[in-house]
Design a protein. Structure first.
Length: 184
């Protein structure tokens, strides 16, 4: 094992340990409060989501040694995690059952398609991340104009949440752009 490979092991263990701790949090909370009531399918869904996000970051780390590329990938994966998690938990617009929330999954598919088309190269990833941010904005605009399943809903909080997620993709695009300038 090379010296470089040994350096990465604590970070990998910390990352996967954090994912396990995050998944264990609702399990422990269920022992102390009745307000947290996860089913087996909730744990399976959350575990699968954390595994996919973690594996995506593992692949990004292997794809490039450039720290800007890795940071861009981390922010994009964080944004994707937030879209999926919020949508499954409570829904971004209205409740989790609101069909308009599917638009946000579509925005993620735009980014995934862009990343695949770019072959995960930094310059193309910058475009894919930026396009995902724009697609999230469009998804929110369409969803906010459509019918809602909750009366008297104000979209300001939903706009703020969507904006935070979109900014993570915009920051990711900037980091990928920086990585593209540095890579040969």
């Amino acid at each position: 094992m090379t010296t470089e490979a040994r350096k990465g092991v604590p970070w990998r263990a910390l990352g996967w340990g954090f994912a396990v701790a995050l998944l264990a949090t609702p399990f422990v909370a269920m022992w102390f409060t009745s307000e947290v009531n996860w089913t087996a399918s909730d744990f399976i869904s959350a575990g699968a989501l954390l595994a996919v996000i973690g594996a995506g970051f593992e692949l990004a780390v292997r794809a490039s040694r450039n720290l800007y590329y890795r940071a861009g990938a981390a922010l994009a994966l964080l944004g994707a995690f937030l879209v999926i998690w919020v949508n499954l938990a409570v829904g971004i617009v209205g409740s989790e059952g609101n069909p308009s929330n599917l638009l946000f999954f579509g925005a993620l598919l735009v980014g995934i398609a862009g990343a695949c088309i770019a072959r995960f190269k930094a310059a193309g990833m910058a475009v894919a991340a930026g396009t995902t941010a724009v697609a999230l904005g469009i998804a929110f605009a369409i969803a906010a104009m459509g019918p809602t399943d909750e009366p008297f809903v104000s979209h300001w909080l939903e706009l703020a949440g969507t904006s935070v997620i979109a900014v993570s993709f915009l920051a990711s695009a900037a980091l990928f752009r920086r990585a593209a300038r540095e890579l040969p």
